[in-house]
Design a protein around this ligand. Structure first.
Ligand code: ACO
Length: 318
């Protein structure tokens, strides 16, 4: 069976840094409340000339350059987002044009909220297998600041903007497993036109928390079982970075080593589909994730959706 291997990553963070202190001047909140409930200390918001597509293009360009491949070797481009600047052209098509990716290969967006990057990678794997390609460019990008009600303290403190990108290779015999699921539910609503003309993010935080602490270990155990690996044998777990308490809860539930569970929500907040690829890119850049290591990525979020993927970081050919 053919599976995906991670070849290279890229990332882009927008220019406006917003700390908890900054938010406490706009809504009735405090650094203490936000840090103790979520682990978030700051996030990046887009400047006026940035959006999810401009971030995606920057992250994608970096990932392709680091892969050592030329753009015409990329066989498909899948972008996960729920906050693109427009429904059409898709962000993936904007990336195709900006990077000069071949016109006879597919480019499309996937919306599975915070599970989007893993959904996108799995869609890309299917496209490669169906159409006969080898390399996929998968991006997660969000400009959630554009969907936020800055007067709603229960949501505006949680989210941030950013993009991460990955080049994957479809390889025979690769260590790989994926699991995806969905259960239609209104616990998180965001974006799209509504009767009053705007539709900011709304969330039943407690319901999402309960859902997440069930979905996360379930997805992780599924991909471990499928690859016949144990958590001890796995090098890294990269969960969607919504809330440090969700990850801590799962670490306790699984009796796992917390050092294996990468966290960066303190610096970026919840960047939905971007959170997993932004984390992977940081881990590669800082030398934490090294070629040959295995990593499980687990997403959960709006839809409701959940997704797990286990694969190896191969690195680029030197
Ligand atoms: N600052 C200060 N007080 C606040 C704030 C704030 N920013 N927000 C809410 N409060 C208050 C509430 O009004 C409430 O006050 P009350 O007791 O007087 O009524 C109190 O704090 C507790 O509020 P809760 O909502 O019960 O807080 P909770 O401990 O549940 O934490 C949180 C809220 C952080 C949102 C948590 O529920 C959570 O992380 N849920 C999961 C979110 C998630 O994972 N989302 C991922 C998917 S997102 C996507 O897919 C796009």
């Amino acid at each position: 069976m053919e599976g995906l291997q991670l070849i290279a990553t890229g990332g882009a963070l927008p220019g406006r840094l917003v700390t908890n202190e900054d938010l406490s001047r706009v809504v009735d909140t405090s650094d203490e409340w936000i840090v103790s409930r979520t682990g978030i200390r700051q996030r990046h918001f887009c400047t006026v000339d940035q959006n999810a597509a401009t971030l995606a293009i920057d992250a994608a360009r970096q990932a392709v350059a680091r892969s050592g491949l030329s753009p015409d070797q990329i066989d498909c481009c899948v972008c996960a987002t729920l906050s693109g600047p427009c429904a059409s052209p898709s962000v993936a098509c904007q990336v195709q044009r900006a990077l000069g990716l071949p016109e006879d290969r597919p480019a499309l967006d996937v919306n599975a909220a915070c599970s989007g990057f893993v959904y996108g990678a799995t869609v890309a794997r299917g496209l490669l297998a169906t159409l006969g390609g080898r390399y996929a460019l998968v991006i997660g990008c969000e400009a959630l600041s554009r969907l936020m009600n800055m007067e709603d303290r229960s949501t505006c403190v949680l989210f941030g903007d950013g993009a991460g990108a990955a080049v994957f290779e479809l390889a025979q015999g690769a260590v790989f497993a994926a699991t995806l699921g969905a259960c239609g539910d209104d616990a998180i609503r965001a974006g799209g036109p509504n009767l009053t003309g705007s539709s900011p993010i709304e969330m039943d935080g407690k319901a999402v928390f309960r859902f997440a602490v069930g979905a996360l270990p379930r997805c992780l155990n599924t991909v471990l079982d499928e690859t016949h690996l144990t958590l001890d044998e796995l090098d890294w777990v990269v969960c969607h970075q919504a809330n440090s308490r969700i990850i801590d809860h799962c670490v306790r539930h699984l009796g796992a080593n917390p050092a294996k569970f990468y966290k960066n929500m303190d610096r970026h907040g919840n960047t939905s589909a971007a959170s997993i690829p932004v984390a992977l890119n940081e881990m590669v850049e800082s030398g934490l994730l090294i070629p040959g290591q295995t990593v499980a990525c687990v997403g959960f979020g709006g839809g409701l959706t959940w997704a797990g993927m286990l694969l190896q970081y191969k690195g680029a050919e030197q």
